[in-house]
Design a binder for this molecule. Structure first.
Ligand code: SF4
Ligand code: SF4
Length: 382
């Protein structure tokens, strides 16, 4: 097996994978200067753009798997190069040429997604187990809203609390909502960004089939990754829905006077902007409006916030790959939150929460800083 994909074949494959605009790159290097990897190690995205222009994709360059698709470089590129699309296309080629050389943990996640519809090895029949003793109905044709928790809250024993907090808030505010439980599959966003287009389509078509036959028109999601793929990719496959991230739904309730708080929370919280909520979808204000409306809560921004937010490290399929200690962006963000005097590091993405929880655990900071989804904070005070 050649380590470098042949010239014409690689160029065509990159274009087929949707990254034809790499020709726009004029090698200014701003993407490399902007990339968060260069805080912790060397990574040169503009080298990959150069390789793409010459049709020489170096399949032995581990940089192919580093990109978290955080979109900082895309937002700053003066030529409008869709850098994350090119990274995704390079991965498509990598998987086609030497699948067995892809990170083992990624291949394992893909195997589980193909067989059970989730990346964590959970059984399909347990997808609705997060519900516990909450009385939540299954979505039917006379249900208004579908709540789609996504794989992490559905399967991770620590993060089921996010799905339960969301469902409890929806119940308490009188929403007519239901869940799909065992018929729901992973949205497929991260596996697409990791380069496995056929597995993405398998997952997306399975969900679209269930949504359409169940009469789903409006979906509330916990994960910004589900939000992104439901709004960007599903319409091209026959699935068009109104999609709301839970922060948008809660901000709407607050604006209408339909979410009131019965308790104060006298704590200091730092809000972290998830890449896929903020930079990818421009949702910056709604989660802040929710937090600012809670009595007693002091809300502050991170050192780099909104458009400049530092990625947690979990996008682009990186959540399934090992990141060396000393190179974890989430460790930096946890350290900063502690330095800012926060009691809570809050965010609105399950991948960020997973990485932050892992950081406080490995840094032995669990008694100094709590990690919470905004829904868990709201649930405490309604
Ligand atoms: S910022 Fe854009 S134009 Fe500059 S090197 Fe990166 S991809 Fe090329
Ligand atoms: S998307 Fe983020 S991680 Fe990927 S190359 Fe751009 S700045 Fe780096």
């Amino acid at each position: 097996m050649e380590a470098v994909a042949p010239f014409k074949e690689a160029e065509d494959a990159l274009k087929d994978a949707g990254s034809g605009e790499f020709d726009l790159c004029f090698q200014c290097g701003l993407c490399t200067v902007s990339c968060p990897w260069n805080i912790v190690r060397t990574f040169i995205p503009h080298k990959i753009m150069r390789q793409a222009q010459f049709g020489l994709v170096d399949l032995e360059d581990e940089g192919c798997w580093l990109c978290t698709t955080c979109n900082v470089c895309v937002s700053r590129c003066p030529r409008g190069v869709p850098i994350t699309d090119i990274m995704r296309a390079a991965r498509v080629i990598f998987l086609e040429y030497q699948y067995n050389m892809a990170p083992a943990s990624l291949r394992s996640a893909m195997g589980s997604l193909a067989s059970d519809g989730n990346p964590w090895g959970g059984k399909r029949e347990n997808r609705g187990a997060w519900v516990g003793d909450l009385d939540i109905k299954t979505f039917t044709r006379d249900t208004e809203l579908l709540y789609f928790p996504g794989c992490v809250p559905a399967y991770d024993p620590q993060l089921g609390s996010i799905a339960r907090a969301t469902a409890s808030i929806l119940k308490k505010t009188g929403a007519n909502f239901g869940i799909l439980g065992t018929t729901e599959s992973c949205c497929g966003e991260s596996v697409r960004k990791a380069g496995n287009e056929s597995l993405f389509e398998q997952l997306a078509k399975s969900n679209i089939d269930v949504f359409n036959t169940s009469g789903v028109t409006e979906i509330i999601v916990t994960s910004p990754h589900c939000y992104t793929t439901f709004t960007d990719d599903y319409p091209k496959l026959g699935g068009t829905y109104t999609v709301l991230h839970i922060s948008q739904y809660l901000a709407g309730l607050i604006d209408q006077g339909n979410l009131t708080f019965t308790r104060e929370l006298n704590k200091k919280v730092v809000y972290h902007d998830p890449c896929y909520l903020g930079r990818h979808n421009g949702i910056y204000d709604e989660p802040r409006r929710v937090l600012h409306s809670i009595p007693g809560l002091e809300v502050i921004d991170e050192i780099d916030s909104r458009e400049n937010s530092l990625c947690c490290g979990g996008g682009g399929g990186r959540i399934w790959m090992e990141t060396t200690k000393g190179e974890r962006f989430s460790d930096i963000l946890v350290e900063q939150a502690i330095d800012l005097g926060a009691d809570i590091l809050a965010t609105a993405c399950p991948y960020c929460i997973l990485n932050f929880k892992d950081s406080v655990l490995t840094m032995d900071k669990g008694d100094v800083l709590e990690i919470k989804d905004i829904t868990e904070i709201v649930q405490e005070v309604i």
